[in-house]
Design a protein around this ligand. Structure first.
Ligand code: BES
Ligand code: ZN
Length: 461
């Protein structure tokens, strides 16, 4: 049966890509309220595809944010797998940097001559979700997915999955499974597929500084009044010390140090720093003193300004003291930092450091815990075999720096581990203009997913 499924996947490469392009045409940007109808349409589109595959698929509300939930016909005695993905995408801006429009998927060769599909959401996460939908569809046509499968595809991963928590808590029975599977991460490099065993967590804050009631002439008032832009810059400049460490009291208190074994494993990975620099158009890297690049990106907590706004942004000069300034700041967390504790430390410390003649306020945009999943065990072994079959190479075990809030939720609420099998490549420009998904990765990923569902049917319940 598996051979028949794999042959069907090979034969339908073009058809699968064409369906994925339809998926990518829907501008399902979760952070912008005006895209709510597109998110609705995207959910319906996906549910229809899953119904075509003879799954029982529903679009369910979660506090107004619809998730797609689909199940196959129950197979007694088989293990249950919960597949999770997201159909929302990041905002495409800046639009002028896109070679072809973000929601008009374009197939062309990348800088290294490999075929790829370019669109917002190509790899994060529509293309990877699609690999599973295609694999499941082919299994269904060949007689049925060999496990009990629940597919949960949500719409607000990119904004922190806030409403999903309640949905998972309230639908525990519906979601109960032996194992979860997510494809929303990456390969180590081309030809080096990976299984990810750790992700960083996230705290995303916004800081608002308000001073004078309106913009002021910088000649008339400059030097005599507090300048919100100056104050914001001074505050932000206190966030790191000279060794690149985050300068917030208590920030590192709960950090679980990297073990010598883990550091030794990572040091052996064929990470090419020169190629990394070149691909980023940089001449040198920076970060916390005493750690390698992989350690800094996968295993150490950070604090980064993501957006900065104040004063005149138009062409030429305008001499003003702006009345307000704001910044968006993210902190990536590692085990066992508590997002609640970190957000409190951040807000309290900045409020203390802020001059008292100016107002400081905060908003929170998403909290997620870091996760580690077991590196050994039956599921990991079966997943490794699936990757070997799908990509023709064994997986490298890696950690990654991004966050997927649901993984911690799945562990705490449903009590199960998640297999993170991602198909992305480092140069896919995730969250950036000209995001792409490699067509070989799409195909190998689809094959991996197909093999994975068969392998997982061997799991004991
Ligand atoms: N697919 C990413 C997560 C990711 C990125 C994992 C890179 C591994 C490597 C996911 O869609 C994402 O971007 N998540 C957000 C979550 C946040 C808003 C809570 C992130 O990491 O910024
Ligand atoms: Zn993302």
């Amino acid at each position: 049966m598996l051979n028949q499924v794999l042959q069907a996947i090979d034969a339908r490469r073009q058809g699968s890509l064409s369906d994925l392009k339809d998926f990518l045409r829907i501008p399902s940007v979760s952070t912008k309220p005006e895209h709510a109808p597109d998110l609705q349409r995207c959910a319906q589109w996906l549910a229809a595809k899953l119904r075509d595959a003879k799954l029982d698929a529903k679009v369910l509300p979660t506090g107004g944010h619809p998730v797609v939930l689909a199940k196959n016909e129950h197979r007694p005695g088989r293990p249950t797998v919960l597949f999770y993905g997201h159909y929302d995408v990041q905002p495409p801006e800046p639009l002028e940097k896109w070679v072809t429009p973000p929601f008009d998927p374009n197939v062309r060769k990348d800088e290294n001559g490999y075929d790829a599909v370019y669109a917002r959401g190509a790899v994060d996460d529509k293309g990877q979700v699609w690999a599973h939908v295609e694999a499941v569809t082919q299994w269904q046509q060949a007689g049925g997915v060999p496990v009990n499968l629940t597919m949960l595809i949500e719409r607000e991963e990119e904004i922190g999955s806030d409403n999903l928590e309640r949905f998972v808590r309230e639908n525990k029975e519906l979601l109960q499974a032996d194992l979860a599977v997510i494809s929303d991460t990456g390969q180590f490099a081309r030809g080096k597929p990976a299984i990810t065993y750790g992700l960083r967590g996230l705290v995303y804050c916004e800081v608002f500084i308000t001073g004078p009631g309106h913009d002021l002439h910088s000649g008339m008032y400059g030097g005599a009044v507090p300048n919100p832009a100056n104050v914001l810059c001074e505050l932000l400049a206190t966030l790191h010390d000279k060794d690149g460490r985050v300068n917030l009291p208590g920030f590192y208190d709960d950090v679980k140090p990297l073990t010598p074994e883990e550091r030794a494993d990572w040091a052996k990975l064929p990470f090419d720093e020169q190629a990394y620099l070149k691909s980023l158009n940089l001449t040198a890297l920076s970060g916390e003193k005493g750690y390698t690049t992989l350690e800094r990106a996968w295993g150490r907590p950070t604090c980064d300004i993501n957006g900065l706004t104040s004063g005149y942004q138009g062409h030429g000069a305008k001499t003003i003291i702006p009345s307000a300034a704001s910044a968006k700041v993210s902190m990536r967390l590692v085990p066992s930092q508590d997002p609640q504790k970190i957000v409190t430390i951040f807000e309290r410390t900045l409020a203390e450091r802020c001059p008292k003649n100016i107002k400081i306020e905060f908003a929170r945009h998403g909290l997620a815990s870091a996760v580690l999943v077991p590196r050994e065990g039956k599921a990991m072994q079966l997943a490794a075999e699936a990757v070997q079959a799908g990509f023709g190479a064994p997986p490298t075990l890696i950690r990654e720096g991004g966050s997927i809030p649901v993984v911690a939720l799945i562990k705490t609420v449903l009590g199960i581990d998640t297999l993170l099998i991602g198909f992305g490549l480092a140069d896919d420009r995730v969250h950036s203009p000209n995001e792409k998904f490699d067509l070989d990765a799409l195909h190998s990923g689809t094959r991996t997913a197909a093999v994975l569902y068969e392998k997982l049917s061997q799991m004991t319940r």
